[in-house]
Design a protein around this ligand. Structure first.
Ligand code: F6P
Ligand code: MG
Length: 454
């Protein structure tokens, strides 16, 4: 048995496609090749566009990119070794070193391959290889192959977005008169809207429509029983105790960071929550963290972020366009800012951040609260390991805690910690897909490691 396969010093092994029939196995066997096939089709469908923009060079680039992607799909499907990256980007060295580390853990006689490595690693690696295939083929290097799906999912959720903007308008209009309890109630609602917004990602559905069709506010009551851990009171107390009246404007500023997940409806719900935080003065600054390359089909890039705000402003609905204008001014005035860092698109568990991306760790330490959106962030928070469900969230974080943090996640992968003893087993017997169907969710908080900022 290799080190990677067993519990070492209380840390269980990583989830892997090695276990035939597991969700990781089915993802690597079925879902990832489907996603790659869609990527190839999209590039092929855009052949004429590339020709119009770049002439013959565009056509050559299209062909070569498709060649590289088909080769990778074949490597995946036949469980070939994971290869080093060859594109000399800022993070290439880091990926290749990671592969060497995996190889060491794996033992030298057998290669690190698609089905025999940690699932988190190979899934991230696939998206990085998609980026490589495009990058190696200028002039289409910057083409975001997932863009069409992301914009489509925005338009398909328009009605739900209008409902949210109308709600926000009502809250903002009376903001000054709201009692603390009323403020708390609105906060809880918008936190849960942002939580359930995470149902709408395109990687779990391999790119199929997954948009929001019903009213997000009206659904909250019926969704309540599916929140398995709800630490929202701790999130609220953290925000309240971060208020520092009587101090200078600079030191008193309360900052919330949101580590974003998906574009489309989910991003919209995050922006609505961030708007409420700033308009209610619960926070003075919101820092958004997105991805620097297209990632996991629907994850937010800088381009998606700016596009969403522009589309909101341009909407043909009074409250929606007003909301967009408000968001533009939050950005202009510095209440909101967008950031990205290459660490978010590595396969690293977050407990490695302090050592591997100390600058990012130090940045997060400046926040009073960090919200981590979505399933992939949860997998990285907990290391995507075979934890017992009753193990504490703090234990699974393994020392990661730059600031008080909260995961807002619908369950789409089989890792879940912090449940009551027996709760996971009971759910498993009633609903075998409970960990992967995104029917259940958690609002899970930790402030174990950080000292309070004063
Ligand atoms: O397996 C489902 C999956 O593709 C996982 O790889 C990933 O954790 C998740 O979907 C992506 O979900 P989210 O967008 O919530 O991070
Ligand atoms: Mg995602």
């Amino acid at each position: 048995m290799m080190a990677a396969d067993r519990t070492v010093h209380g840390v269980p092994p990583s989830l892997s496609a090695k276990v035939v029939g597991s969700f990781a196995y089915l993802t690597v066997r079925d879902r990832l090749p489907t996603i790659l096939t869609k990527v190839i089709d999209t590039i092929h469908r855009n052949k004429n566009k590339f020709f119009e923009e770049y002439g013959e060079e565009g056509i050559q680039a299209e062909k070569q990119t498709i060649g590289l992607l088909s080769k990778m799909r074949n490597e995946l499907q036949t469980d070939k070794p994971v290869l080093e990256l060859t594109d000399s980007l800022q993070d290439t060295e880091c990926w290749n070193q990671y592969l060497q580390r995996q190889q060491k853990m794996h033992g030298d006689e057998d290669s690190v391959s698609w089905f025999k490595s940690p699932w988190l690693y190979v899934e991230c690696y696939m998206y990085r290889r998609v980026h490589e295939a495009l990058w190696l083929n200028p002039p289409i290097s910057d083409y975001d192959v997932f863009n069409e799906g992301k914009t489509q999912s925005f338009f398909e959720s328009q009605q739900a977005m209008i409902t949210l903007c109308t709600y926000l308008e009502g809250v903002n209009k009376n903001m000054e008169e709201l009692s603390k309890n009323e403020l708390h109630e609105h906060f809880n609602k918008l936190l849960q809207v942002s939580l359930w917004g995470n149902k709408c990602d395109l990687s779990i559905s391999a790119g199929q429509d997954n948009s929001q069709k019903t009213s997000p506010i009206d659904s909250l009551n019926s969704l309540q029983p599916f929140i398995l851990v709800n630490d929202s009171n701790m999130v609220w107390s953290t925000l309240l105790s971060a208020q520092r009246p009587g101090q200078s404007e600079k030191t008193a500023a309360v900052r919330v960071d949101i580590v974003l997940d998906n574009s489309g409806f989910e991003l919209f719900t995050d922006l609505v929550l961030a708007d409420f935080l700033v308009s209610s003065h619960l926070a003075n600054e919101v820092h958004f963290h997105g991805k620097s390359i297209p990632w996991f089909v629907s994850d937010v890039t800088a381009n998606d972020f700016q596009w969403t705000i522009r589309q909101t402003t341009a909407a043909n609905h009074k409250w929606m366009s007003k909301t967009g204008v408000q968001w533009k001014s939050h950005l202009k005035e510095g209440a909101w800012s967008y950031h990205d860092h290459p660490f978010w698109t590595t396969p690293h568990e977050f407990c490695d951040m302090e050592a591997d991306a100390p600058d990012l760790y130090a940045t997060l330490q400046g926040a009073d609260l960090v919200l981590f959106k979505g399933d992939l962030n949860y997998r990285k928070l907990t290391g995507d390991r075979e934890w017992d469900h009753a193990v504490g969230f703090d234990t699974a974080l393994r020392g990661f805690g730059p600031a008080p943090l909260c995961s807002l996640r619908t369950l789409k992968a089989n890792v879940q910690v912090g449940l009551q003893p027996g709760q996971g087993e009971k759910l498993g017997s009633q609903d075998p897909d409970w960990m992967t169907s995104s029917k259940y969710a958690v609002i899970q908080f930790s402030s174990s490691k950080c000292e309070q900022k004063d």
